[in-house]
Design a protein around this ligand. Structure first.
Ligand code: HEM
Length: 291
C-alpha cells in the first residue's frame, strides 16, 4: 500500500475510497496454502497480512452511496484486467474453502445441512465470479486477456487450478453420495447453475466455443500436474506459503471489498446486486470457516 501522507489531496481521497493494491484497480498477490496441505491454524506471515483486518473489512462491505468520490479505472483495459485476475483470485479462495468442507465429510456418511449449505453458498459465489471475471466484451477478451494466457502457455486451462482439483467431480455435476435431503438438492441446483454460467461466459467471449486447451489438443494439450498448477498460480499472481484459514478468509474479504467498490463505481445497480448478493451470503457465513 502507498503511504497516503505522500500523495496529493485529490489522489489521497481516491486512495481512501479504494483500499486495495497500490492504486485504484491495482492488483495484489494472493498467498494460498500449499497444494498438499489444507489451510490450518498458523500465524500469518508478518508483513504480508497485517493490512487485513477481518472485522474492519466486513464492516466496510457496507458501501458508500454510488457516485460519491468512488475511484474510477483509468482505462477499460485496467478495469477488465483487474476483474480477470482478482475475480480468479476470489474464485481460488472460494474453491479452497470448499475443498476444506468436502474434506471434512466423513467417508460413507451424509454431509450435515450446514456443510451442504456452505458449499451451496460458495458455489453461488463462484458463479458470481464467473460473471464478474468474464464481464468484458468479446473484443477485450480476444485482444487483452486471451493472448496473455496463450503466451504464458498455449494450453492454458482452468483445469489446471490446484484448488479446483479436489472439487472436479462435484463441480462437474456428478452426484455425490453425501449430497442428501433438501440442502443436498439445493447444492445440486447451484452446481447446475454454475455449469450453465460457465458455458454462457465461454459462449459469449469465445463464440466458436473452443478453449485454448481444446484448440491445442493435437500438439500441446497438457494434463494437470504440479507444474501446470504452478503456471496457473503464477499467472494469477498467487504464491503458496503455509498460511492459515484466517489468512484465506481475510484475503477473501479484502478482495470482496475491492470487487464491491468496483461494482459501486462501474456496475449498473442490478449487475452489482446480482454479483454482490451471493458474495455477501458467503461473507455472512465466514465466521464458521475460521472456527
Ligand atoms: C470467467 C472465468 C473462468 C473460470 C473461473 C473458468 C474456470 C474453468 C475451470 C475450473 C475449468 C475446468 C472444468 C472441468 O474440468 O470440469 C474450465 C474448463 C474450461 N473452460 Fe473455463 N473458466 C472461465 C472462463 C472461460 C472462458 C472465457 C472460456 C472460453 C472458451 C472457457 C472455456 C473452458 C473450456 C472449453 C473448458 C473445458 C476444458 C478446456 O478445454 O480447457 N472458460 N474453466
Amino acid at each position: 500500500m502507498s503511504d497516503l501522507r505522500t500523495l496529493d489531496p485529490e489522489t489521497r481521497e481516491e486512495q481512501r475510497a479504494w483500499d486495495y493494491g497500490d492504486f485504484p484497480y491495482g492488483l495484489e498477490p494472493l498467498i494460498m496454502p500449499p497444494l498438499d496441505q489444507p489451510a490450518v491454524l498458523a500465524p500469518p506471515p508478518p508483513d504480508l497480512l497485517t493490512a487485513y483486518d477481518v472485522e474492519r473489512t466486513r464492516a466496510a462491505l457496507e458501501l458508500p452511496p454510488r457516485a460519491t468520490g468512488l475511484a474510477l479505472p483509468d482505462s477499460t483495459d485496467a478495469l477488465y484486467w483487474f476483474r480477470w485476475i482478482t475475480g480468479h483470485q476470489v474464485t481460488m479462495l472460494l474453491w479452497n474453502l470448499m475443498g476444506a468442507l468436502v474434506a471434512s465429510i466423513a467417508e460413507g456418511e451424509d454431509a450435515d445441512d450446514r456443510t451442504l449449505t456452505d458449499l451451496e453458498s460458495c458455489t453461488n459465489g463462484y458463479t458470481a465470479m464467473l460473471q464478474y471475471s468474464g464481464s468484458c466484451s468479446p473484443e477485450i477478451y480476444q485482444a487483452l486477456i486471451r493472448p496473455r494466457m496463450y503466451l504464458q502457455h498455449r494450453g492454458f486451462s482452468g483445469l489446471w487450478a490446484a484448488d479446483f482439483a479436489p472439487l472436479r467431480r462435484l463441480l462437474r455435476g456428478q452426484a455425490m453420495p453425501w449430497m442428501t435431503g433438501p440442502a443436498g438438492a439445493r447444492l445440486v441446483a447451484a452446481v447446475a447453475t454454475n455449469r450453465a454460467a460457465h458455458e454462457a461466459v465461454a459462449a459469449r467471449l469465445v463464440p466458436a466455443g473452443k478453449s485454448l486447451l481444446q484448440q491445442s489438443v493435437a500438439g500441446t494439450a497438457v494434463r494437470p500436474t504440479p507444474r501446470t498448477a504452478a503456471i496457473f498460480d503464477n499467472f494469477f499472481m498467487t504464491i503458496r506459503a503455509p498460511v492459515g484459514r484466517d489468512a484465506v478468509v481475510a484475503q477473501l474479504l479484502h478482495r470482496v471489498r475491492a470487487v464491491a467498490l468496483d461494482l459501486a463505481a462501474n456496475g449498473s445497480p442490478s449487475t452489482a446486486d446480482e454479483i454482490l448478493a451471493p458474495l455477501r451470503r458467503v461473507v455472512a457465513d465466514l465466521p464458521r470457516f475460521t472456527r
